[in-house]
Design a protein around this ligand. Structure first.
Ligand code: ADP
Length: 647
C-alpha cells in the first residue's frame, strides 16, 4: 500500500478520499487554489500545496504543477477525484512518466471511452446492447437525415465529444432535423472543439440506470445498479440503489453487459457504465442500452457503498497499489436501499441559478452520511461547483430509506445562502417518486410545484421577529425586561422580496406577544425550545450578520430592515432610549444637561455586525446617561433618559 498520496481535487470528494486514506494509514497531500487556502480539504490533509489562482485553469487543471507538488512532497500516487483531470488521458500519461501511480484506469481505457461514437462501436463489438442509431464516420447532413429516417422519429442528435447534456437535441420529425443538427453542431463546436455528432433513437419514458463496475486490469466485477432518473436538465438530483422495480433477470443482464464493457478495455479501478432504459413497458432484460462509460469514481458512488458495504476508495487504492480485485462477484450482495440527495447553493425560483455566500450556520442531520467540503463559516465561491453536501441515507427497504431521506433533509440547516433544500424535500415527498414510478421527465413535468418557494406562516415570522430583536436566546423570564414591562417594539423583516412588519410586546414574566401578518401569537422561549400559543414547536432561530433564519422543516431566511431606527423611539413616551437588542455601545454623544432635538444622534450600538444609530424621539434635555462607551448591554437596557416633558 502507498505511504503517501496526493489528491488532485477539492471539495467534498477530496475530503472523502482523505477519510479513507486516514483509515488505511495512508498520508495525504492536498492541493489548493488561492480561493481554497483555508478550505476543509486543506485542513484535513497531512500536508497542503498551493497550486495557483482561483480559476480551475490556473490551479486544479494544471497537471504539471500538480505532478511537481507530488514529487516535492514525496507522494507515490495521485487520486484525481472526479471532474477536473480525472478523465484526461494526457494527464495519466504524464503522471506515469513522472514515476507516479495514477489511481484510476489506464490512459488507453479512458481514450477508448472518450468519444461516444467510438465507445458505442467498441461496445457493439463486445456484445453490449447499444441504443439503435447511427454512429458511423459520415457527417454529411443528408446521410445523417437518412439515418434518422431509418431509425424512426423521435431521434436524439448527440455530440460525440459530449458531456453535461451539451450538444444534444431531440428531434420530433424530419422537418426539424436540419435545424436541430446545425444547432447541436454549433453548441458542440463551442463546448468541445469537435462538432461531430451521432444520431440515435430517442427512448420514450427513459430511465437512467447505471452499473458500478470495478476492475483490476484483467477481471472486473459489478456492484449492482444505481437509478439516476431524477434529473433536471440532464443533471442528477437524487440517486438511489438499487433501482426500483429491478428484476433479478434484468439486473443479471445489465451487470454482465457492464462487466463485458469493462473487461473489453482492460479496465482497472472504479468505473460506471451508464445505460438508458425504456420504462414504458416496465423493466425488461431486452430494454436497456449502453450510453457511455465514465472512467472514474462518480459523485453518487456512496449509495453503492451503502448497499454493498464496500469502500470504493479503499478498493481504488488497493488495486492501484497492485493488489488483485478484493473479492469475486459471488461475494457481493445487496443489503437494503440507499438514497443520495445533492444539496446545492442555488436559487431554485430563479431557475436554479448557482448562488454564492458565506455559510454562517451549517448543520447536517443525524442518522445520515453527509459528504461535504465546507464547514460553518466557509464561503461558497463563484469559482467552483456550488455543492454544499451530499446527504446519504440507508434503510432496510426503499420505503424506510425514503422516510429517512425526508427526515435527513428536514434536519439539514444552512444559513447564509439560498439552497435547493425545499426543492429536495418536495421531491423526496413526491407521490410518483415514492411509488418508484421514475423516469428522466419526472422533475420537468412537476417542476412548478416542486420548485415553488415555501411561504413562512405567521408563527415562523413571529420567531424571525424575535430573532431580529435579539429575543431568541433567553429562556424563561427575559433578562433585563422585568423592570420596565411591558415593552413594545417593531421590526420590519424581508423574505423573498416581501417586507412585513411585526410588533413584539414583552409582558411581565417574559411572555412575548407578536403581531404579524394579521395574526397574534403568544410565544415563550423555554429551555427545551419554543412554545407558540401553548404548543411546543420544533423550530430553531439562528441570527447571523444582518439576517435571521428560522428552521422549521424548511429554512426560511429573513433580512432585517433597519430595526433600530424604529425601536430607538419606543421608550416610555420617547423619554427613554433603550437598546432594542443586545450589543456593544460604540459611542455616546451626549452628557447630562445637554439639550437635544428630535432626530439627534445620541449613541451608536453595534449589534449583529452592524452599527446602528440611536436617535432622540423628541426634543428634550438629557437627564441621565446610564452607559459608557464599550459597555455590553442586554436587549431593553435603558441607555439614556431625557427629562420629563414640561406640561
Ligand atoms: P452527456 O454525456 O452529455 O451527459 P448522455 O449520453 O450521458 O450525455 O445523456 C445524458 C442524459 O440524456 C441521459 O441521462 C438521459 O436522461 C438522456 N438521454 C441520453 N440518450 C438518450 C436517448 N437515446 N433517449 C432518451 N434520452 C436520452
Amino acid at each position: 500500500m502507498f505511504r503517501k498520496i496526493l489528491i488532485a481535487n477539492r471539495g467534498e470528494i477530496a475530503c472523502r478520499v482523505i477519510d479513507t486514506c486516514r483509515r488505511m494509514g495512508v498520508r495525504t497531500v492536498a492541493v489548493h487554489s488561492d480561493a481554497d487556502a483555508g478550505a476543509r480539504h486543506v485542513e484535513m490533509a497531512d500536508e497542503a500545496v498551493r497550486i495557483g489562482g482561483p480559476r480551475p485553469a490556473e490551479s486544479y487543471l494544471r497537471g504539471d504543477v500538480i505532478i511537481a507538488a507530488a514529487q516535492t512532497t514525496g507522494a507515490e500516487a495521485i487520486h484525481p477525484g472526479y471532474g477536473f483531470l480525472s478523465e484526461n488521458p494526457e494527464f495519466v500519461e504524464a503522471v506515469e512518466a513522472a514515476g507516479l501511480a495514477f489511481i484510476g484506469p489506464s490512459a488507453a481505457a479512458i481514450r477508448a471511452m472518450g468519444l461516444k461514437d467510438a465507445a458505442k462501436a467498441l461496445m457493439e463489438a463486445a456484445g453490449v446492447p447499444v441504443v439503435p442509431g447511427y454512429h458511423g464516420a459520415s457527417q454529411d447532413p443528408e446521410h445523417l437525415a437518412g439515418a434518422a429516417d431509418a431509425i424512426g422519429y423521435p431521434v436524439l442528435i448527440k455530440a460525440v465529444a459530449g458531456g453535461g447534456g451539451k450538444g444534444m437535441r431531440r428531434v420530433e420529425g424530419p422537418e426539424g432535423f436540419f435545424e436541430a443538427l446545425a444547432s447541436a453542431r454549433g453548441e458542440a463546436a463551442t463546448a468541445f472543439g469537435n462538432d461531430a455528432v451521432l444520431v440515435e433513437k430517442y427512448v420514450e419514458k427513459p430511465r437512467h440506470i447505471e452499473v458500478q463496475v470495478f476492475g483490476d486490469g484483467l477481471r472486473a466485477v459489478h456492484l449492482f445498479e444505481r437509478d439516476c432518473s431524477l434529473q433536471r436538465r440532464h443533471q442528477k438530483v437524487i440517486e438511489e440503489a438499487p433501482a426500483p422495480g429491478m428484476t433479478p433477470e434484468m439486473r443479471a443482464a445489465m451487470g454482465q453487459a457492464a462487466v463485458r464493457a469493462a473487461e473489453a478495455i482492460g479496465y482497472a479501478g472504479a468505473g460506471t457504465v451508464e445505460f438508458i432504459v425504456d420504462a414504458s413497458r416496465g423493466l425488461r432484460p431486452d430494454g436497456f442500452w449502453f450510453m457511455e462509460m465514465n472512467t472514474r469514481l462518480q459523485v453518487e458512488h456512496p449509495v453503492t457503498e451503502a448497499i454493498t458495504g464496500v469502500d470504493l476508495v479503499e478498493w481504488q487504492l488497493r488495486v492501484a497499489a497492485g493488489e488483485a480485485l478484493p473479492c469475486g462477484q459471488g461475494d457481493l450482495a445487496i443489503d437494503g436501499h440507499a438514497f443520495e440527495a445533492r444539496l446545492y447553493a442555488e436559487d431554485v425560483p430563479k431557475g436554479f441559478l448557482p448562488a454564492t455566500g458565506r455559510l454562517t450556520h451549517l448543520r447536517f442531520p443525524h442518522g445520515a452520511r453527509a459528504e461535504t467540503g465546507v464547514r460553518a463559516g466557509d464561503a461558497i465561491s463563484p469559482w467552483y461547483d456550488p455543492m454544499i453536501a451530499k446527504i446519504i441515507v440507508h434503510g432496510p427497504t426503499r420505503a424506510v430509506a425514503l422516510r429517512k431521506l425526508e427526515q435527513a433533509l428536514a434536519g439539514c440547516q444552512v444559513a447564509g445562502s439560498v439552497t435547493n433544500l425545499s426543492f429536495l424535500r418536495r421531491l423526496a415527498g413526491h407521490a410518483g417518486f415514492a411509488s418508484g414510478d421514475v423516469d428522466t421527465g419526472l422533475i420537468g413535468r412537476d417542476l412548478e410545484a416542486l420548485a415553488a418557494e415555501p411561504v413562512p406562516c405567521t408563527r415562523a415570522r413571529s420567531l424571525a421577529a424575535l430573532g431580529a430583536l435579539g429575543l431568541d436566546t433567553v429562556a424563561g423570564p427575559v433578562a433585563g425586561f422585568t423592570l420596565w414591562a411591558p415593552l413594545r417594539r417593531r421590526v420590519s423583516l424581508t423574505h423573498a422580496g416581501e417586507v412585513s412588519e411585526a410588533v413584539v410586546e414583552v409582558r411581565p414574566g417574559g411572555l412575548l406577544h407578536v403581531e404579524v401578518g394579521g395574526a397574534v401569537h403568544e410565544v415563550a422561549r423555554e429551555a427545551s425550545g419554543w412554545r407558540i400559543d401553548g404548543a411546543q414547536v420544533p423550530a430553531e432561530v439562528v441570527v447571523t450578520g444582518g439576517g435571521v433564519t428560522v428552521f422549521w422543516g424548511n429554512g426560511y431566511g429573513f433580512g432585517i430592515v433597519e430595526p433600530l431606527d424604529v425601536a430607538a423611539t419606543a421608550g416610555a413616551g420617547g423619554g427613554r432610549i433603550e437598546a432594542p437588542m443586545p450589543g456593544l455601545v460604540k459611542a455616546v454623544f451626549v452628557a447630562v444637561g445637554d439639550r437635544v432635538a428630535e432626530g439627534d444622534r445620541l449613541a451608536v450600538l453595534e449589534a449583529m455586525k452592524m452599527e446602528h444609530s440611536l436617535t432622540a424621539a423628541r426634543n428634550g434635555v438629557v437627564a441621565e446617561v446610564l452607559v459608557t462607551e464599550g459597555a455590553q448591554v442586554v436587549a431593553g437596557a435603558a441607555l439614556i433618559v431625557l427629562e420629563e416633558e414640561e406640561a
